[in-house]
Design a protein around this ligand. Structure first.
Ligand code: PGD
Ligand code: PGD
Ligand code: 6MO
Length: 829
């Protein structure tokens, strides 16, 4: 029998076909609720902002920014390409060897890109059978379906919730704690300031602009990072950045950016810059603190009234404890910041109102807890926490934080968890002594070393023996560190399932791949403006789902049907019933406070406006009365020294912030003799992580020879014989990749940037695009996580440390392999 026929025979015999009634709303129902002619400008939203779209001949023709968005991002030009691109998954597909051998397949073939098209019923049945096998053989500790990620916006179709609710109806599974964004920050700050801070609303921009004399942007690039938001962005922050630029010009505010590179924000604002050696910010902060302390410039009253433990910190600062004074000369050697610059900076910080605005990058490093803690100590010594335009913020570069919130209730979401009273098919809570929740970035460790016990935030975590992973709405073969280590881990997994829109590398390394449609192919509602919560947005379907893709709701409704739990899953409601419910619940919550029309009118208008909010100062209540409004720390005060952390007795996170050397550090630090270059893998200017990389024409606006750009310092590049537009091989002992050279004065000697989210495209040793299964395979497109280090930040947070990473690079002179990242697999059968 020919292989094709053989596979057809397998498919015909091994699967039962379940019937699949659609829960999608028919067009007639849309007409009933007052939808406009579908060839009008319809409304929708995305992480990149709200926009309107117009169809022509059944396809999306034009996209324009939403009329209330005065600062739309350039990424709006990539939106059409999210729907129409060659990376779309067209059909449910199963990896060839998995189809043949199931859980006994050769897992080393994962990534060889040989997939077989199957029907939805076949794929979902196989998915269910795999879950049965795992729950029967290993119980819930064998299954990890707990990773989350940036999915698409929309309160109903938020895909990770659908997957977790449906898989949860089958059985329990391992979950995660924390996230990749702020893992170290959100763990340390509750001990120090009593809340995660990173996701808290911050002092309103108007108050900062009116009251601050100096703004310190520390590792912070808001002009780049405010382009996207967790919900549809309003981009109002850009109006405040424009006002800030004006104030700098008029000499009314000083903005000082502390960063190893010249950022987009620096270039836009034309602000002052202080260059700092990568990963050395704690040393710089300590030296500022030393200057303030030794010149008696610190706010003793504030420290006494609002904080605990300064007396435990001072002996370390002065060197009484370890013989090393953390003074400007000490710091100059580590940080590369001249001592007189540090002195002047310290003086500036206490000579008027100073607002510290911290970015998140410096806590995605080894010991990432320390700069966040030390920055809080510095803000305490300055004594302006709780004043408008003073104190510290850990979020003004994110999702409209700082734009005054409307104060309205926002629409709820489709439930992630089982409803009360529902029980899973495999109702087993026994994790066999292993932990049911693990730190988010430690799942690869767990697969590689099941049973290992690690410290995490004062507790012990025992790694479960994970045999199956399910991913939806996140892209671990983009977001996790060290691809080759991941490959080793994936060899140990029996089954991997991915639900995605596109053939990401995660799908490529999966066994069962299910095609979801984009937001433009389904109806939804969203919060307009993340933290600003400006209103409710209708997300109106533009076109029918392409190929054989389905909405996440439909996928898991069908899956629940196979479990015999369709009604439990949907609560008997259609897509449109859910939209109405979410809207009407929100309307009821806002009753008497914010006027919302009937659903039909809202859907017709595309939008409900809540109006502007009141300016607000973070921590003002605490400052006003720390006894009535204590912080959430054990003492209710700012904890410069934490007895709780001290009791953990960790060697890499002590009772107060300290400077610690890194495992890898450039500019003379460990490892720099072998690989002298620090690679920063910052968040992309023209993508949201890996999302938008698939938008083919838009990608060509920045790709170099069809590769991801690597930004190089001119002197370093010249030394290696590299010029703009060359293809470069970047490497270290963990991996290698190709990228396209952009030589730029924005990057200092010893520093390169490759933006995270560049699609992993390994190629075989012979350059074949369907290869790349080997450990060490060359990435043909330029995914920086081919090279990054996969260690926890410390025993406290165990968070992502992607920015502790040294590499070297050279001009690539070999035969250039084709880019394998974007075109999907070979189809067999
Ligand atoms: P995304 O690329 O947004 O990244 O990692 P995350 O995994 O969140 O992945 C979302 C996936 O969901 C995409 O594959 C997309 O196609 C899919 N998707 C979108 N909409 C839908 C839908 O409707 N249905 C389904 N089923 N799928 C959908 C981000 C993570 O990366 C984050 S937040 C941070 S902060 C980290 N940052 C860095 C970093 O700075 N440097 C490095 N080296 N690595 C990082 N990794 C982390
Ligand atoms: P990055 O741009 O990666 O953003 O927000 P985050 O603040 O982490 O890094 C900010 C700055 O830190 C960069 O200018 C970098 O040079 C600097 N930096 C790096 N290392 C050091 C260091 O050692 N010392 C100092 N002083 N500076 C350093 C990320 C946030 O952005 C997150 S988590 C998400 S999920 C969102 N992602 C995106 C996105 O993917 N694309 C866009 N356009 N916008 C985003 N916004 C959000
Ligand atoms: Mo993030």
């Amino acid at each position: 029998m020919k292989r094709r026929n053989f596979l057809k025979a397998i498919l015909a015999t091994s699967f039962t076909i379940a019937s699949t009634a659609s829960v999608l709303t028919p067009l007639s129902a849309l007409a009933k609720v007052g939808a406009k002619n579908r060839d009008d400008w319809l409304t929708t939203g995305s992480h990149f902002g709200a926009f309107r779209m117009k169809r022509k001949n059944g396809v999306i023709d034009q996209v324009k920014p939403f009329e209330l968005d005065k600062y739309p991002t350039d990424m709006i030009n990539g939106i059409k390409g999210l729907v129409y691109n060659p990376s779309r998954i067209r059909y449910p597909m199963v990896r060839l060897d998995f189809l043949l051998k199931g859980h006994k397949s050769d897992t080393r073939q994962r990534g060889d890109f040989r997939f077989v098209r199957v029907t939805w019923d076949q794929a979902l049945t196989l998915f269910k059978q795999s879950l049965d096998e795992i729950q029967t053989n290993y119980g819930p500790s064998g299954l990890h379906a707990g990773q989350t990620g940036w999915r698409a916006t929309g309160q109903l179709h938020s895909c990770t919730s659908h997957m977790q609710r449906a898989v949860g109806m089958h059985g329990n599974f391992v979950k995660k704690i924390g996230d990749y964004s702020t893992g170290a920050g959100q763990t340390i700050l509750p001990y120090v300031l009593g809340s995660t801070e990173v996701y808290a609303q911050g002092t309103s921009w108007p108050l900062i602009l009116d009251n601050a004399n100096t703004i310190i942007l520390w590792a912070n690039d808001p002009y780049k990072n405010l382009q996207v938001g967790w919900n549809a962005e309003t981009h109002e922050s850009f109006e405040y950045l424009a006002q800030l630029k004006e104030k700098i010009k008029q000499g009314k505010i000083r903005v000082i950016s502390i960063d190893p590179v010249a950022t987009k924000t620096q270039n836009y604002l034309g602000c002052e810059k202080i260059y700092v050696n990568p990963q050395t910010d704690v040393a710089l902060m300590l030296a500022i603190a030393y200057e303030l302390y030794s010149n008696n410039l610190h706010d003793k009253e504030f420290i006494k009234a609002y904080s605990l433990g300064f007396d435990r910190f001072v002996p370390y600062l002065t060197g009484a404890e370890d013989g090393i004074a953390k003074d400007v000369l000490w710091a100059e050697k580590i940080t590369g910041v001249p001592s007189d610059v540090i002195k002047a900076l310290a003086k500036t910080m206490v000579s008027g109102r100073t607002q510290l605005l911290m970015g998140w990058c410096i806590q995605r490093q080894q010991h990432g807890e320390q700069p966040y803690w030390m920055a809080a100590v510095l803000a305490t010594m300055i004594g302006q926490i709780g004043l408008p335009g003073g104190g510290i913020s850990y979020g003004h570069h994110y999702s409209s934080i700082g734009v005054p919130s409307s104060g309205a209730a926002a629409p709820g979401a489709f439930p992630r968890n089982l409803d009360e009273g529902q029980t899973p098919l495999f109702n087993n809570e026994d994790f066999k002594g292993a932990s049911s929740t693990i730190p988010v970035a430690r799942w690869v460790d767990a697969i590689l070393e099941p049973g290992k016990v690690i410290d995490a935030n004062g507790a012990k975590v025992t790694y479960p023996d994970i045999k199956m992973m399910v991913f939806s709405g996140n892209n671990p073969w983009s977001h996790h560190q060290d691809r080759n280590r991941m490959k080793q881990a994936f060899h140990k997994l029996e089954c991997v399932v991915s639900i995605d829109i596109n053939w990401t590398a995660t799908c490529r390394f999966s066994d069962i791949v299910l095609p979801a449609c984009t937001t433009m192919e389904r109806n939804d509602i969203d919060i307009y403006g993340s933290y600003a919560n400006r209103g409710v947005l209708a997300m109106q379907k533009m076109v029918e789902p392409l190929y054989d893709s389905l909405s996440d709701y439909e996928i898991f409704t069908r899956f629940a049907k196979i479990l015999g739990k369709e009604k439990e899953y949907t609560r008997g409601m259609s897509e449109f019933d859910w939209l109405k419910k979410l809207y009407n619940d929100c309307k009821a919550d806002n009753d008497g406070k914010f006027v919302m029309p009937e659903f039909e009118q809202f859907w017709q208008d595309g939008y409900v406006h809540f109006g502007d909010g009141e300016p607000w100062t973070r921590h003002a209540d605490f400052r006003e009365d720390p006894e009535i409004n204590p912080l959430g720390t054990p003492s209710g005060m700012i904890e410069i020294h934490s007895r709780k952390i001290e009791r953990y007795q960790y060697d890499d996170c002590k009772g107060h912030p300290i400077w610690m050397e890194k495992k890898e550090r450039s500019h003379g630090g460990p490892g720099s003799d072998k690989h002298p270059i620090w690679m920063q893998s910052c968040h992309p200017n023209k993508r949201l992580h890996s999302q938008m990389c698939e938008s083919q024409e838009y990608r060509q606006t920045y790709a170099i020879q069809n590769r991801e750009p690597v930004y190089l310092n001119p002197e370093d590049a010249k030394h290696r014989g590299i010029k703009n537009g060359d293809v470069v091989r970047v490497f270290n002992d963990r991996g290698q990749l190709l990228a396209g050279a952009v030589v730029s004065n924005n990057f200092p000697k010893g520093v390169i940037r490759i933006e995270e989210g560049a699609w992993y495209g390994p190629v075989g040793n012979d350059g074949s695009v369907n290869g790349g299964t080997e450990i060490g395979a060359l990435c043909s497109y330029g995914d920086p996580n081919t090279l990054t280090l996969d260690i926890g930040s410390s025993k406290l947070a165990q968070a992502c440390s992607a920015y502790t990473c040294l590499v070297d690079y050279e001009k690539f002179t070999g035969k250039l392999p084709a880019v394998s990242s974007f075109n999907g697999p070979l189809e067999i059968g």
